[in-house]
Structure formats: C-alpha cells, structure tokens
Write a new protein. Structure first.
Length: 380
C-alpha cells in the first residue's frame, strides 16, 4: 500500500543555513513528506531564493504570517531556526495545534522545555526533536545487539564528538567566523546544546538508561570566547559508567563522533566517519567487523536501510532520511488518534529533550562546583 505523503512547512532552514537543505532532502527522500510552504529566512532575498530553489510556491517573510495562512494546508511544521529562538516559535505554533518537528536542541534550558511540555499536554499536541545520527543502520544494529544481550551486561561507555571548527584556520589562513548564535553561551554552553545533546541522546538511544550524576570540566581553547571543549564522567542507572568528550577545538577532526560500548560478553565500536561498519569483540577474543550484508545481523539488512546494495556506502543524509521515516510513522499514528505516537521506537519526545537538557545543566554546574552533581538537582 502506498504511503500518503504529508505536507510540511519550514520555519527557518533557508539555503544559507547549515542544516536546511539536509532537512529538505532527508524529509523527501522516501516520498513521505512534501515541502509546500515556509518562512525560510528573515532575509527577504534568502527567503525568496530558498523558495525558488526548492520549488515552493508559497513563502512568507514572517513566520507568524506563515502560520496564519498555512495552518490549514500543512500536516506539520519543521522548526530549523537557531536554538535560542525555538521556545517562542514552538509556543506560537502550538496555538494553531499543529504537529511540530524541531531540530535539536529543543530549547536552551530544561525550564523552557518544561513550560512547553505543559502546553503540549493541555493541547494533546505532537512534538518530536530530530537526532539524525540515530538513523545510521549500524547504530540501530548496535542498539538491537545490546537489547538482545549480545554484549552481556553493559559496564561502561566511551563516547566522543571532536571537531576543529573553532580552532582551524580557513584556506585563506584567516580565523573562521561561525554563525553568530554559535558564539553566545546560555545557561547551558552552546557547545553542549550543539554537540553534547547529540551524545546524551546517543547513549540513551543505545542503552535506554537514565543519567544520574555527572562531573565535568570545560575550557575555551579556540579563537572565540566561548566554551569549545568539554570532558565529563557520567554515572547511569545500573552502575554504568560513561566517559564523554566533545569539542570544537580538536585539530584533525571534522566530525569525529565515535561510540564504544563495553559489556561482560563483548564490546562494540562505531565511528561516524566510517559508518557502514560496526566492530564487535567477544569474550573469547574474536573480532568481527559487521556491515549491512553480514550474516549475523537483523536490523541493518532490512529493505528500508538498503536503498542500494552493500558496497555502495550510505551516509549522513540517508541516515537522516531513515530518521524522518520514523517521524512520518509517528505522525501518521498521531493523526489516526494514537495517544502514544511520540513513544514509538526511533523518535524522541518532549520528555527525552527535558532529560537531555537536565544532564547538560548538571554537567555545566559541575564545571563550576568541581564536584559530582545530581542530574535532577542541577540549578544554574
């Protein structure tokens, strides 16, 4: 049976943005969504250029006008503006009772997210936050391996996301200038909102355990006066230890997302720059490198993850499209009356966002107090 394509509109995400084109392609790769309207940029020229390039006939210079005119024409709003604008925009969208898909991080603090949750629950609304790295087939294979106890009891995790964008020079040997919103820290440093929440999301996705306490240190090593390097130790439920490092001042790393999971029966590691492969080691000393064609897998070999055969690598945008497919299934269930639509596998609801923000707040508080901080007790 052919899926019914859903109409979406973008707020933000114009052709000059870091992520807009990726969302546009990923949302439509499997023909689940159609971008029909939007307010892509406050800059009128960029707004128009975005609409023309994407063949979108209806576009607006103001997102509030977009909501007024398009609320009856779209099935969901995708919010792609800078993080510190999300809360106000989400509140405005909820007035129209429109489903929301929001680029991470949802808000700049857990307090903002809790306020959104109250309105969301009052309206029985729909809100998901995108975390695209969970769409990689071999990451989903790893999740299944953990759930099937192939690694045994999970003991400890190493996870990192080093980048070099705040310390590397441009080809012209000048200091790079990131977007202005990335150069302002909030209650939670923007580094944590940008990279840290990806890592906390990934750990949750893989082991489905809550963080309990954290101790951390951070610094500013690059060309800009913002936090750009952070290391944390985190204690999770079931006595699981986690070491977390994320940075924008790590020369030699474009996007070095790496996760290593260690258990009583085996360990597994995955690297985003080589995403088609998952390395597994068991307690007998055997080393196995798995890919989408391997015999001993049950998730990554599914048809939906094999748009083309193994040996022709799938990458970042395909992973994002996998994530959008799950968002589509969740949204369809919501439209059909399901009260648990945002609880489906592979999607992330408001409660997940709140938990991740509370961990980032505890990490930030710990950098000040130099002590372990309980996740739910953090006050900044």
């Amino acid at each position: 049976m052919k899926n019914k394509r859903l109409n979406i509109g973008f707020i933000g995400g114009g052709v000059n943005s870091a992520i807009g084109t990726t969302h546009k392609i990923a949302s439509q790769m499997d023909n689940n969504f159609k971008l029909v309207s939007g307010a892509f940029s406050q800059n009128r020229t960029i707004n128009q250029e975005s609409a023309i390039q994407w063949n979108v006939g209806r576009y607006y210079d103001d997102y509030k006008m977009f909501l007024q005119k398009e609320s009856d024409n779209i099935d969901a709003v995708v919010i792609l503006t800078p993080t510190d604008t999300h809360a106000d925009i989400i509140m405005d969208v909820l007035k129209y009772n429109l489903p929301i898909v929001c680029e991470k991080t949802l808000t700049t603090s857990s307090q903002e997210a809790v306020q959104i949750k109250h309105i969301l629950e009052e309206n029985q609304g729909f809100l998901l936050t995108t975390y695209n790295y969970t769409g990689y087939p071999m990451i989903r294979e790893l999740k299944n391996m953990i759930e099937c106890a192939k690694l045994g009891q999970i003991l400890h995790i190493n996870i990192e996301m080093p980048q070099e964008s705040f310390i590397r020079l441009t080809p012209e040997e000048t200091i790079p200038m990131p977007q202005k919103w990335r150069l302002k820290d909030h209650i939670i440093p923007t580094l944590s909102l940008d990279l840290g929440t990806h890592l906390s999301n990934m750990v949750y996705f893989l082991i489905n355990k809550k963080p309990l306490e954290a101790i951390a240190m951070h610094n500013s090593f690059g060309h800009h006066n913002v936090i750009d390097n952070l290391t944390a130790l985190i204690k999770y439920e079931d006595n699981i230890d986690c070491q977390m490092w994320y940075s924008k001042s790590a020369l030699g790393h474009k996007n070095g997302l790496r996760v290593e999971i260690y258990g009583t029966k085996g360990s597994a590691s995955w690297y985003q720059m080589n995403p088609e492969f998952l390395e597994f080691n068991d307690n007998l000393g055997r080393n196995i490198v798995l890919d989408r064609s391997s015999k001993d897998i049950s998730i990554a070999n599914q048809t939906r993850y094999n748009r083309f055969k193994t040996g022709h690598p799938a990458g970042f945008i395909e992973a994002f499209s996998n994530h959008y497919h799950d968002i589509y299934l969740s949204l369809q269930n919501y439209k059909q009356g399901s009260s648990n639509a945002t609880k489906m596998d592979y999607v992330f609801d408001i409660n997940h966002s709140i938990e991740g923000l509370k961990l980032m707040e505890a990490i930030n508080l710990s950098t000040k107090t130099k002590t372990w901080e309980r996740v739910n007790d953090a006050k900044n």
